[in-house]
Design a protein around this ligand. Structure first.
Ligand code: SF4
Length: 287
């Protein structure tokens, strides 16, 4: 049996739903590798900053730790430099929808063959509970002092209208369904975005809210090819923890169009061969 765990000490809080994402990711990669659908030597995963970003230390695959909000941009660069790689990104909601919002919209529009898994706990958890763009109105934490007065952003709706070709939501503690969505995202050709509900059990425990209101799109015959229907489903839950809302999870939308790498291949600068002499570079560095 392939063991993808590293020996690094895991510093997430005991019982943190990040363990669900970590376990599901390893299970999916293992299965895809056993089925010879993926070469683990060609998998690169990139992490952002915060509790979510710690995952780069825990899975024994090539990984890169990015800057806050920039892991997605870094991943797109990796994919353009070597289109043969399977490039996967793990960011938090603060990473993705605050600092990295323009990179997120660009990826939806440009369609790089990169997969983005967002650990969405609706706060900056590692720095003890400041609000992000997906925090609900009225939320208050010790570190904030005041109640949040802004309406949250709806990243599922934003991804849809920005042109993303794979848009999904999953729940970090429903492992079988999470693995199904992650696998479909990894197998998708083009930019795949999954907003993973990951309650922070220490700072903002939303498990009860979600577990009472979630339903699976696959159970109600949702057609992920239907853009208008996907948007309608996306608007059923506006991230404000409305007691009357239903929270759909699963694949909202999937489509195919030219990827960023395929488009860039036709451009002249993409074909420039970089010739360098390693000895000369080392001599310069030594000076
Ligand atoms: Fe998980 Fe929250 Fe602890 Fe971070 S602070 S490890 S998100 S429970």
């Amino acid at each position: 049996m392939m063991d993808l765990r590293t020996k690094a000490k895991i510093t997430w809080c005991a019982g943190c739903p990040n363990f669900g994402i970590y376990t599901a990711f390893m299970n999916v990669i293992k299965k895809l590798s056993e089925e010879r659908k993926i070469d683990i030597n060609k998998v690169v995963y990139v992490g952002g900053i915060g509790c979510a970003g710690k995952i780069v230390n825990y899975v024994n695959l090539s990984s890169v730790a990015g800057l806050h909000g920039r892991a997605l941009a870094l991943a797109v660069g990796i994919k353009i430099a070597n289109p043969e790689l399977n490039v996967i990104v793990f960011q938090g909601d603060g990473d993705t929808y605050n600092e990295g919002l323009s990179h997120f919209i660009s990826a939806c529009k440009q369609n790089p063959d990169v997969k983005l898994f967002v650990h969405n706990n609706k706060i900056f958890a590692l720095t003890v509970g400041q609000n992000t763009y997906t925090t609900e109105e009225g939320f208050k934490s010790k570190s904030l002092g005041e109640e949040v007065f802004m309406k949250p952003l709806n990243p599922i709706a934003l991804a849809l209208v920005s042109g993303a070709t794979f848009v999904a939501r999953a729940y970090s503690l429903w492992l079988n369904h999470l693995e199904y969505v992650m696998r479909r995202a990894i197998e998708h050709k083009g930019f795949a975005f999954v907003d993973i509900i990951q309650p922070c059990i220490t700072q903002h425990d939303t498990r009860k809210y979600f577990e009472e209101r979630m339903y699976k799109l696959e159970d109600v015959g949702h057609d992920p090819k239907n853009f208008e229907e996907a948007l309608k489903r996306a608007l059923e839950y506006d991230y404000n923890l409305d007691p009357n809302a239903k929270v759909p999870i699963g694949i909202f939308y999937e489509n195919n169009r030219i990827t960023l790498e395929e488009g860039l291949k036709s451009l002249v600068f993409y074909k420039i061969e970089r010739k360098y002499n390693l000895k000369e570079i080392l001599d310069i560095v030594r000076i």
